[in-house]
Design a protein around this ligand. Sequence first.
Ligand code: ADP
Length: 317
Amino acid sequence: MPAVPALETVDLRKTYANGVEALKGVSLRVEPGDFFALLGPNGAGKSTLIGILSSLVNPTSGDARAFGISIHRDRGAVMRQIGLVPQEINFNQFETPFDICVNVAGFYGIPRDVARPRAEKYLNELRIWDKAFQQTRMMSGGMKRRLMIARAMMNEPRLLILDEPTAGVDIEIRRSMWQFITGINRAGTTVILTTHYLEEAEQLCRNIAIIDHGNIVENTAMRTLLAKLDVETFILDVPAGFAGEALPEVPGVKLTRIDAQTLEAEMSKSHDLNSLFAALSGRGITVTSLRNKTNRLEELFVRLVEHGKPDQGRAAA
Ligand code: ADP
């Protein structure tokens, strides 16, 4: 028997009072243990979807279930399964991280003698224990983001939802956040992530849904999605000296000069590189190194959202 999904939405619709149809029939399924990316441009409906799961928004119709429990049946039970890291920092800046964590545990009915060591554990794991007893307004933006994650862990959720958790956070802190989140995912927690850092989603997530104008336009394994992109772009480093020379014409390859030491070659995945190298050598241009341009997901995303939608048939009306 298939496992009960960590999250399932069935024809979920939301029309706000001003008439905006933020969700137009979203049906999604996230398996337990998954690391799932929800991507979409601004205004696509991501926050509305997350808001429904966290009881902040009432759906107009349809259902959402966490581990089989419907939001219409028992919102409290749904909330207990979920940890939410919202986009906006929304704790009291005059409280301390320790109190914020212990108090939120109180909402879930977790006794203080359980909550205190748990707060210490997560503040430690997120490397902000040394700030645990200072007012949070003294903390940096990256520390506040990590506190939001620690707070979301206080009910030890089976499903952790993170809404743009690394927006504006520097790379080192971002990495430590991902280390933590990858760790809890390995330990069994299902993770759903919305992010604008597409490379982050590409590296971390196993499955992906892309939402646009309230419709799911793609929902598949990350690997399958990336394989659809049959165009590959390489970045070639070349010695600075060739700058004035014309580039060779290579059939099937779009060769562009980026700057005096960099070329970009776009070609189909099945195209071989030999003809490109031969043509470049013919012009006396040596390639000193070659790498794959890593923004494939970004390219794909732009194509799906802006240039027609190959899987439109999957989207609920
Ligand atoms: P995203 O999180 O993907 O940026 P949102 O869910 O915030 O998208 O928004 C989806 C659409 O719903 C947008 O057109 C937005 O302007 C609209 N919207 C969001 N919240 C409200 C609200 N409280 N009242 C009216 N319209 C809203």
